[in-house]
Design a protein around this ligand. Structure first.
Ligand SMILES: [Zn+2]
Length: 168
């Protein structure tokens, strides 16, 4: 009998109906036209500024800076899950996350760095790297996705980006 596949309507993941095993992505689309990480441009500019490429990802400054030094490490392709990429790519991705976090530690000296990978609404694998400062905003609690409070001038963003690059 022919194996019957079920495609989840979300994120294009295809699983075996019998075993639940992940079989791959629907189609070969590694880019999504509505995704800021894939397309850059205006969609990305709505929340971030690209700093540079890393091994298998791009490093992005998060425009909302309630937590000074907050960045995003977004995987190079439009894949949803850590389990959807090869072990080698996953290892490289975690090296990128660690490299970005090390730069944030060196540049901004936070008391703790928080890591968040959510993406319910985006389907593009990415980590929020959020520096936390003792007794400052949201210390001791999970960070809000976008507090919408602190935005910088273009000059201040440029200075912050330079500081991060200098410490990568
Ligand atoms: Zn994407």
């Amino acid at each position: 009998m022919e194996m019957v596949l079920t495609t989840l309507p979300y994120c294009g993941n295809i699983f075996s109906e019998q075993t639940g095993e992940f079989l791959g992505k629907e189609g070969n689309d590694m880019k999504d036209q509505n995704c800021g990480y894939c397309m850059g441009g205006e969609i990305l500019a709505g929340f971030g500024i690209k700093i540079c490429d890393l091994q298998v990802s791009q490093l992005i400054l998060f425009k909302e800076q309630s937590h000074p030094g907050r960045v995003i490490v977004a995987y190079k392709d439009h894949v949803s899950e850590l389990v959807d990429i090869s072990p080698a790519d996953r290892a490289a991705f975690f090296e990128d996350v660690a490299r970005a976090a090390a730069a944030i530690h060196k540049a901004f000296h936070p008391d703790k760095v928080n890591y968040g990978a959510y993406g319910d609404g985006g389907c593009h694998l990415h980590f929020h790297i959020v520096p936390k400062y003792k007794d400052a905003f949201e210390w001791g609690t999970p960070f809000a996705m976008n507090p919408g409070k602190v935005y910088l001038s273009d000059t201040e963003y440029a200075e912050m980006i330079q500081k991060i690059k200098d410490n990568l």
